[in-house]
Ligand binder design. Structure first.
Ligand SMILES: [Zn+2]
Length: 170
């Protein structure tokens, strides 16, 4: 599974991760997850903490939010794939948006999670271009894997760009 998927996936392995592990990938994940969640609490999106954050050794590029427990699991491969904190911030913000949107995953919900997520990325002080660069890289490498209800990576980039434009006009 090389696709970044997410949604109401049942996972039993989530647990609270230690604050520092000696693993640079886990430290990066916890640092960015904390910053994004801190902003989500400040915006009254959720109570503190929003979700537990776990790094999984499972293969593939994957980030999931299991509900109702709000256990966020990101694979180390996914953390490694991100080239900046800004890219990882978009992944975490997208996952945190899912409990806000409720229901099961669908094409519309995925785009809504991107739109809501990128707003949180900006509020938390990260660069929203990270979301675009991540999706463009995924699109150039894995567009063939874009199946099912998922919107295309190009569509997801367009949603982010339109949110950025709307926010600039405010
Ligand atoms: Zn999603």
């Amino acid at each position: 599974m090389i696709k970044w998927f997410c949604g109401a996936v049942l996972l039993a392995l989530a647990s609270c991760a230690p604050l520092s592990s000696g693993s640079p990938e886990l430290d990066k994940l916890l640092r960015v997850s904390f910053a994004i969640q801190h902003e989500a609490v400040a915006q009254s999106w959720c109570s503190n903490p929003c979700a537990s954050t776990t790094m999984s050794q499972a293969p593939g590029l994957s980030a999931t939010m299991a509900m109702p427990g709000r256990d966020m699991v990101v694979t180390q491969t996914m953390v490694d794939y991100t080239q900046s904190d800004d890219e990882l911030a978009f992944i975490i913000a997208h996952e945190l948006a899912h409990p806000m949107l409720g229901g099961t995953s669908s094409r519309g919900v995925e785009l809504a999670a991107d739109a809501l997520g990128i707003e949180l990325v900006i509020l938390a002080g990260y660069d929203p271009q990270g979301g675009i660069s991540l999706l463009e890289r995924l699109g150039s490498e894995f567009e063939w894997a874009n199946v099912g209800f998922y919107p295309s990576f190009a569509e997801r980039v367009r949603i982010i760009e339109s949110v950025m434009l709307t926010l600039e006009e405010k």
